[in-house]
Structure formats: structure tokens, C-alpha cells
Design a protein around this ligand. Sequence first.
Ligand code: PRP
Ligand code: MN
Ligand code: MG
Length: 179
Amino acid sequence: MHPDVEKVLLSTAELKNKVTELGQILSRDYAGKNLLAVGILKGAMVFMADLIRNISVDVQIDFMAVSSYGASSKSTGVVRIMKDLEQNIEGRHVLIVEDIVDTGLTLNYLLEILKAREPASVRVCTLLDKPSRREVDVSVNYNGFSIPDEFVVGYGLDYNEKYRNLPEIYVLKKEVYQK
Ligand code: PRP
Ligand code: MN
Ligand code: MG
């Protein structure tokens, strides 16, 4: 285990089982719909890569990258689009793929932007949900795990851009982010 982590929160086996299960549910729900899965960079990339390999119906992929506006952003919920979709989503069945929903501000903004483009549907699939941190009411359609309010890293999730490469999901040691 990496020396900066305190414990494993979700193991490789737990992640694999959940991603398999989500893939099966999505394959059933999106049969015949030509799904467009939209991964939100960078955190969702590992989950997205595993998830699409567990979807057995037709699926196209695209990515968006968003960044909050400075320190006040987390309270205003305004995010800047750093990378937009490559295609028109009008009439498409869009699934936003996130690694974690925390305050919900990022997702709330993304949903607003994407709904304005008149897709046939927009739903959200997140690996992790921290409901106790929610600041805006945002609906998550597919959730892997609801987790307590602990600082988690790995499997795409970072702290200061580190630990995205770790294979499982871990709780970060407090001294790492408190110093
Ligand atoms: C993280 C995470 C979600 C968002 C959730 O991304 O990947 O996208 O924050 O937080 P919220 O619900 O409070 O808005 P981050 O902005 O850290 O970028 P990253 O994915 O590149 O790490
Ligand atoms: Mn993110
Ligand atoms: Mg981050």
C-alpha cells in the first residue's frame, strides 16, 4: 500500500464486482438506444475505461473537462469548460460518467449545460456518492457506492493531482492533507 494511505476503502474485487453490475444494468437500460457515455476528466477516466468494457450494447464515448473558477467556485458552482464534447448531442441518449459526486455543484452545472443542448435523455452514473456533502439537489441515476465523508483517492481520484494511478480506493492519511 502507498505510505500516504490509511486503509483500503474499496478493494479491487469490490470495484470489479460493482462495475460489472453497473455495466449489466446499463446494458439492459440502454439496449437499442445508441448510448453516448460522457466521461468527466480527469477523475472519471479509470472508472469510465472499466465501465464501458462491461457494457454489451452499442456505446459511443466522449469526454468533457471542467474546472472550477478559483477558490470561490465551490460555493457558486460555476465551472469553466476546459474541453467540450466533439459532437452534437441533440436527440442522443447521454450518460454522464463521474468518479464521485460530492457537493453536486460540478454535476449540477454539467446537467444544465447538457440539457440545454436538447438530448433525448441525460442521466448520471457515478462510482461514488458522498450524500452528506451535498449542497445542491442533483439526481444520480446510477450509483456504485455511497461513502462516508472521508478523503478518498485512487482509481482515478486525486489529491493535488496525485494517487490517480493507485488500483483501489483508499482513505488518505489525515497528515497528508492537513500539513
Ligand atoms: C472532482 C470529482 C468530480 C467533482 C465532484 O473533480 O472528480 O468531478 O470533483 O465534486 P463536487 O460534487 O463537489 O462538484 P475535480 O474538480 O477534483 O477534477 P478532477 O476530476 O480532474 O480531479
Ligand atoms: Mn472530476
Ligand atoms: Mg480532483
